[in-house]
Design a binder for this molecule. Structure first.
Ligand code: GAR
Length: 196
């Protein structure tokens, strides 16, 4: 079987992108073909380069349209897209093209704490402000409704008394680092076997 070709979209630090790159480095069925960021100075681009993965920067005006993204993905024969800390809206045509082939990581238990403005530490601030006693991560397919695509997996963590945004952020990072690559791997392999 030909390897499944994965593109990662990311806007920031890229700890999840780096983790995915490491995980799939010598994988027999899945490979990361490039990392795309809408931020020229995003740390993720340098980190991916250091790991010998191709990188592309597309400014916000370009990622607002499907064509530049579709051209890039088609040119590199991308089968799957992983959104790992990608903070721009995905153009509808790209979502349709990659239906059930685009996976997003969200740092909360959707459907709670999703939607506009809910990204990164904004999410953790809102969770702490509401005195929740748990939070977690959601890995889901991307559909036309922001943060509302079919859920693939969720993982939870306890919020203890005295935990603030920093402590919660650490717990969420631990869940992301532990589970995102495995869930991506299982999802891709399951879908590909289903098609045989
Ligand atoms: C991650 O916590 C991810 O769940 C979150 O951004 C962070 C990116 O970290 N994504 C969202 O908030 C999407 N709505 P990273 O750049 O170190 O991977």
């Amino acid at each position: 079987m030909q390897k499944q070709r994965v593109a990662i979209f990311a806007s920031g630090t890229g700890s999840n992108a780096v983790n995915l790159i490491h995980y799939f480095k010598n994988h027999s069925e899945i490979e990361v073909v490039f990392v795309m960021s809408n931020k020229e100075d995003a740390k993720v681009l340098q980190s991916a380069k250091n790991l010998d993965v191709a990188t592309f920067f597309l400014p916000n005006q370009q990622v607002a349209n499907a064509e530049p993204l579709l051209d890039l993905c088609k040119e590199h024969q991308v089968d799957w897209i992983i959104l790992a800390g990608y903070l721009r809206l995905i153009p509808s045509k790209l979502i349709t093209f990659y239906q059930d082939k685009m996976i997003n990581l969200h740092p909360a238990l959707l459907p709670n704490y999703g939607g506009k403005g809910m990204y990164g530490s904004n999410v953790h601030k809102a969770v702490i402000a509401n005195n929740e006693n748990e939070s977690g991560i959601t890995i889901h397919f991307v559909n036309q409704e922001f943060d509302k695509g079919r859920i693939i997996a969720q993982f939870r963590c306890e919020i203890k008394e005295g935990d603030g945004v920093i402590e919660l952020e650490q717990k969420i990072r631990y869940l992301e680092q532990s589970y995102l690559p495995i869930v991506v791997e299982k999802t891709i392999l399951r879908e590909e076997k289903r098609k045989l």
